[in-house]
Design a protein around this ligand. Structure first.
Ligand code: 5RP
Length: 226
């Protein structure tokens, strides 16, 4: 994990923003570099839709004008980080527990750019545990259903309830997160479909066919994956 690479990717993505745009602001340490670089540009007429309370706080602090998805349902450009960037720009996201709002904002965007450091680029998705957002009510029952789906995908490890120092992690929407260590996701489309069918699963961290471009930070600049 390189902070320099994350910063370079964030700064390069900020140059893609034009005055007057509605911009989706991602969540995480890489997206934070983008938010900072965007604020420094002081572009006129921006409206920014944050994907988490944490990003909203940062953007507010930096003086970026905030909007909501309901008030600005058409977003010109969203820039966000990822936990893994796989072939065809298939992504795992949600390490920062913001996957639901992120996916809502991505899906409302005309263009999505994913920014990441080089270590995030992988030949097969799945070494990073796949986050699955689950309604808190009856979440252990939902987790059993998730385990069945994972077994069907030859993934033997049950998903683990995400915990932090202060106990079970809650998302901005009040849900919990299960992390499924898949090792290798051979059929991400089928896994995504199967997980969405489980009652109690709100969303999963597979972002498929959503990213238009990746800007990858390197030690001496950036490279694009289209
Ligand atoms: C948050 C995310 C983040 O974009 C992802 O976890 C990457 O974070 P970072 O840039 O800190 O490595 O999906 O839900």
């Amino acid at each position: 994990m390189s902070d320099l690479q994350k910063r370079l990717a964030g700064e390069a993505a900020a140059l893609r923003v034009e005055a007057g745009m509605v911009v989706g602001l991602g969540t995480g340490s890489t997206a934070a570099w983008f938010v900072k670089a965007l604020a420094e540009r002081k572009l006129a007429g921006l409206r920014c839709v944050p994907t988490s309370e944490k990003t909203a706080d940062l953007a507010r602090e930096l003086g970026l004008p905030l909007s909501t998805l309901d008030d600005t349902p058409r977003i010109d450009l969203t820039v966000d980080g990822a936990d893994e960037v796989g072939p065809g720009l298939a992504l795992i996201k949600g390490g920062g527990a913001a996957l639901l709002r992120e996916k809502l904002v991505w899906e409302a965007s005309a263009r999505c750019i994913v920014i990441a450091d080089e270590a995030k680029v992988v030949p097969v998705l799945g070494a990073f545990a796949l986050p699955i957002e689950v309604v808190a009510f009856g979440h252990k029952t939902t987790a059993n259903r998730i385990a069945d789906v994972l077994m069907d995908h030859d993934i033997g490890m049950p998903a683990r309830l995400r915990q932090a120092d202060r106990g079970v992690v809650r998302t901005d929407g009040g849900n919990v997160i299960y992390d499924a260590l898949c090792q290798a996701i051979h059929d991400p489309v089928r896994l995504a479909d199967d997980l969405k069918l489980i009652t109690g699963v709100v969303e999963h961290g597979l972002f498929l066919d959503l990213a238009d471009e990746a800007i990858i930070g390197t030690d001496d600049g950036v490279r694009a994956i289209l």
